[in-house]
Design a protein around this ligand. Structure first.
Ligand code: NZQ
Ligand code: ZN
Length: 382
């Protein structure tokens, strides 16, 4: 096991009716900038619950943080936050609203342009306003981590940066009852692949992290049909919501190496084609597993045996079977897993290869995913 430091300060308030506890968590002296997405929360009662909980506060609403939050929208929110002297941010929505709000929280006390913060990548030791969230979409783990992914549509770019963790996050599974099926599918795929990025690396680094990760993977496989088809199944959605949070809050990555190549390629696909984040990962992962089968093979076999119940005598054939079964799981969620079925073609592969070459990237736990390997991964899933 490698040395590590672990500290996750976010308080999680979980369960039915918990949005009302907002007022117990934020000091009444705060001037809050409340941030929202495009309006789904107006039709599912979440907005009304938030407004009721904030009735004694001074707050300003900012609407319109889109999926894959765009820098131009966030600049507007920062301007309003500065002008109105807001000193607390409350994000109400999915990962995009929370991520965008992390940039708003960092951007209000900053004097320069917010894109500088994204480009700096590490903003963890710089000033940021306190941020809390009411989560409405289980997927990203943003409610309990310090990361945020920001898009720049004008430049067709999408990059992650790191700042402060949310002070607290409210997770009421009933807020998910209005989610479209495709968003649930993408959230399940995202959660699954967050664990895979931290698990499917080199074996024997930590038996505890392995079992923890395998537990989340098995749980997602088990509850997916219910989460997808019985949208008002409280127990299934609770399990989904908690799994998504646990998948990317640092609990499965203590002392082990991490990959993230699938995510880095996926971000480029979203930037170029606009495909939903979790869906891009379901497209890329089978390619990553196949092209990196020499370095990941032993762990793929462990995953196959312990999570999918697949064992076989012939190594390569068994690995292929494990990858096929993984892809079939994504298909069972209604996600098409070939790039060409989703509007992609060779020109997209060319462009991603070019970008990775210019940036001289080296992704993956062994830093082996450069522009050429990324090309091979994408060709495999075309
Ligand atoms: O804007 P509204 O109207 O709310 O609609 C949203 C949006 O269109 C809708 N939605 C959210 N909650 C709903 C709902 N519709 C009905 N009922 C509800 N309860 O869902 C759509 C997608 O929302 P979005 O927030 O974009 O989805 P998600 O949570 O998957 O976030 C995706 C973003 O997070 C980034 C992704 O790259 C992407 O930009 N990620 C952030 C990470 C992090 N912070 O650690 C890690 C991830 O790997 C990921 O990269
Ligand atoms: Zn993700």
């Amino acid at each position: 096991m490698n040395n590590f430091i672990f500290q996750n300060p976010t308080k999680i308030i979980f369960g039915k009716g918990t949005i009302s506890s907002l007022s117990a968590e934020i000091s009444p002296s705060k001037k809050i900038l409340v941030t929202f997405g495009g309006g789904s929360i107006k039709s599912n009662g979440v907005y009304d619950q938030v407004v009721k909980a904030l009735n004694k506060y001074s707050y300003i609403e900012f609407w319109g943080i889109e999926a894959n939050p765009d820098i131009s929208t966030l600049r507007k929110a920062i301007e309003i936050g500065k002008r109105e002297n807001c000193n607390y941010i409350l994000a109400v929505g999915g990962g995009s609203v929370i991520d965008g709000s992390k940039l708003i929280a960092a951007g209000i006390p900053y004097n320069g342009d917010a894109w500088d913060i994204v480009m700096k990548r590490d903003w963890t030791d710089k000033e940021s306003l306190p941020l809390a969230s009411v989560l409405t979409l289980p997927a990203t783990g943003s409610e309990m981590n310090s990361g945020a992914v920001i898009s720049n549509r004008q430049e067709k770019e999408k990059f992650a940066f790191y700042s402060k963790y949310p002070v607290f996050s409210i997770l009421d599974p009933e807020t998910t009852f209005s989610l479209p099926k495709h968003q649930i599918a993408c959230g399940l795929a995202d959660t699954f692949i967050h664990v895979i990025e931290q698990y499917l690396t080199t074996p024997n680094q930590s038996p505890l992290m392995d079992r923890w990760a395998e537990g989340i993977l098995q749980t997602i496989l088990e509850i997916s049909p219910k989460a997808l088809n019985e949208i008002k199944n409280y127990d299934a959605m609770s399990t989904f919501m908690l799994s998504a949070t646990m998948a990317l809050n640092g609990f499965v990555s203590m002392g082990v190496t991490q990959d993230w190549a699938t995510h880095m390629i996926g971000h480029e696909i979203t930037a170029l084609l606009g495909i939903t984040h979790g869906h891009t990962l379901a497209i890329v992962l089978p390619g990553t597993m196949w092209i990196l089968k020499d370095e990941k093979g032993d762990k793929i076999l462990q995953y196959g045996k312990r999570v999918l119940g697949i064992e076989g005598r012939e190594r390569e054939k068994t690995i292929m079977e494990i990858i096929d079964k993984t892809e079939m799981f994504f298909n069972s969620l209604g996600l098409k897993t070939k790039l060409s079925e989703n509007g992609g073609d060779v020109s997209i592969i060319d462009e991603i290869e070019k970008r990775f070459k210019e940036r001289d990237v080296k992704y993956g736990e062994n830093r082996s995913v450069n522009s050429e390997i990324a090309r091979k991964i994408l060709e495999r899933v075309l």
